[in-house]
Structure formats: structure tokens, C-alpha cells
Design a protein around this ligand. Structure first.
Ligand SMILES: [Fe+2]
Length: 242
């Protein structure tokens, strides 16, 4: 499996606190069957100002420690970018961490606030699409607007966004409502990616295999292969070539 959404870089967001925890998270992911990880620290302007140079230096420290510990895993980096019109200037100055290139598009993990979908979100999404960047909207099943009105996702589906569901939503870790919405969207073929969104060892660990089993049981092996391997592989493969 491949995990393309997790907060493993130590000390730069609300994920791993330090290098010890970062390595423990990676070991846990590897034990669970993950071979490739794209770390995605929050880039939330004013709170976590993790633009590209910050992430690059933190990543190279982590890579060194992983090499030293001889852990068999491939690592790359992007970011979970919080919706904010200011991200367009980071994009212009090439400081916005993106996923890779696939089908002439670049992909970007985009986070809405959990409370709602802000007015004008579709305008920002259109700007990104015009620049050949396809947003991958993080965990729509946890957004309160979408929990109330699931069809509101349609605006972003019609624009061509991709969507990432969080593995523990599938197994009930965020409650029944999130679980039901996640499965409903998957059944409607609206979701392209499942990832861990891991933050720590106890409450939000980097586990995918339980969710993968559940998806296989409910929707079949082909669907599980798409969500846990093919789609995440395709949009991040070019990150592993640099
Ligand atoms: Fe996240």
C-alpha cells in the first residue's frame, strides 16, 4: 500500500512531536504493509507556515534517520494545504508543495475547514484548475457542511476535483456519521484515494490494512486496489524520481 496523507515530519505541525515518534510512526506503517509514504505536513498560513523550504529541510533530516535505521520504505513529501487565497502567491513563487504530475496535471492535497465549506472555495479551485493543478480534497466525510448536505460535494465533483477519504473513517474511528458518509461517497464512485492522515501513535496511527479489508469486503478487490494503490501511486510517482 501507499500512504499519501500523513503528518510524520517531526515538530513542524500537530503530527509527530520529534524524530523518535516519527520513526515509530514509520515503523508502524511498514508493519501494516505500507511501502511508500508521502508525508504531508499542514501548510496552514499563520498557524503552520510550512512552505517548501521548511518541508525540504525537515524531510532531509527524516530521510537521513530512516536510512540510518535501515527501514525499508520509500519516502517523499508534499503538504496538506489549507484553503486560503494566499496560496496562489506561494504557487507563483514555487513555494507550494504539491503532489506529482499525472495526465498533464499536477495534484495538490487541499483541506477545507472541518466546520464548513467557505464561500468562494469553488473560485479558488477554478484558479488552481486553470493552472493545471487538480485539488485532491482531504476527508470530505468529516466536513460538517457535507455531513449535513452530502450533495454539496457535487460542485467540486463537477469541477473535476479528486477526493481522499481517511482510513479510520471507514472503520468507524470518527463515528457512525462519518463512516456512513465515507461509504456513501465510495459507493457513488466519488472517491479516488484512501490514506491514513496519521498524526500520532495512539489516537491517529498510520494504519491502512483494516480499512482496506473492509473496502474489499464491501466493494471488491479492484476497488480496493484503485483506492489504496493505483490512484495514490499514479499522482505521486514523479515525486519519487527527484
Ligand atoms: Fe491531515
Amino acid at each position: 500500500m501507499i500512504d499519501i496523507h500523513c503528518h510524520i515530519l517531526p515538530g513542524i505541525d500537530d503530527g509527530a512531536k520529534d524524530m523518535v515518534e516519527a520513526l515509530a510512526l514509520i515503523n508502524l506503517a511498514v508493519e501494516d504493509g505500507v511501502k511508500r509514504i508521502v508525508v504531508t505536513p499542514h501548510l496552514h498560513l499563520g498557524r503552520f507556515d510550512n512552505h517548501l523550504p521548511v518541508i525540504e529541510s525537515s524531510f532531509s533530516a527524516l530521510q537521513q534517520e530512516v536510512d540510518k535505521a535501515n527501514i525499508s520504505v520509500e519516502l517523499a513529501y508534499a503538504a496538506e494545504v489549507r484553503l486560503d487565497s494566499e496560496i496562489l502567491s506561494l504557487l507563483a513563487s514555487q513555494k507550494l508543495p504539491l503532489y506529482g504530475r499525472y495526465n498533464n496535471q499536477q495534484f495538490m492535497l487541499l483541506e477545507f475547514p472541518h466546520s464548513h465549506i467557505p464561500a468562494g472555495s469553488d473560485i479558488l479551485v477554478k484558479h488552481l484548475l486553470k493552472k493545471n493543478i487538480t485539488p485532491v480534497i482531504a476527508h470530505p466525510e468529516r466536513n460538517r457542511d457535507l455531513l449535513k448536505s452530502p450533495t454539496k460535494i457535487k460542485t467540486f465533483v463537477d469541477l473535476g476535483c479528486w477526493f481522499q477519504v481517511t482510513a479510520s473513517s471507514i472503520t468507524g474511528g470518527f463515528g457512525e456519521e462519518c463512516q456512513a458518509l465515507a461509504l456513501h461517497y465510495i459507493e457513488q464512485d466519488l472517491i479516488q484515494i484512501i490514506a491514513s492522515d496519521a498524526h500520532n501513535l495512539k489516537r491517529r496511527p498510520p494504519m491502512l490494512s483494516a480499512a482496506r479489508s473492509k473496502i474489499t469486503e464491501l466493494f471488491g478487490e479492484d476497488k480496493a486496489q484503485q483506492l489504496f494503490y493505483d490512484n495514490p501511486y499514479n499522482i505521486t510517482a514523479s515525486l519519487f524520481e527527484r
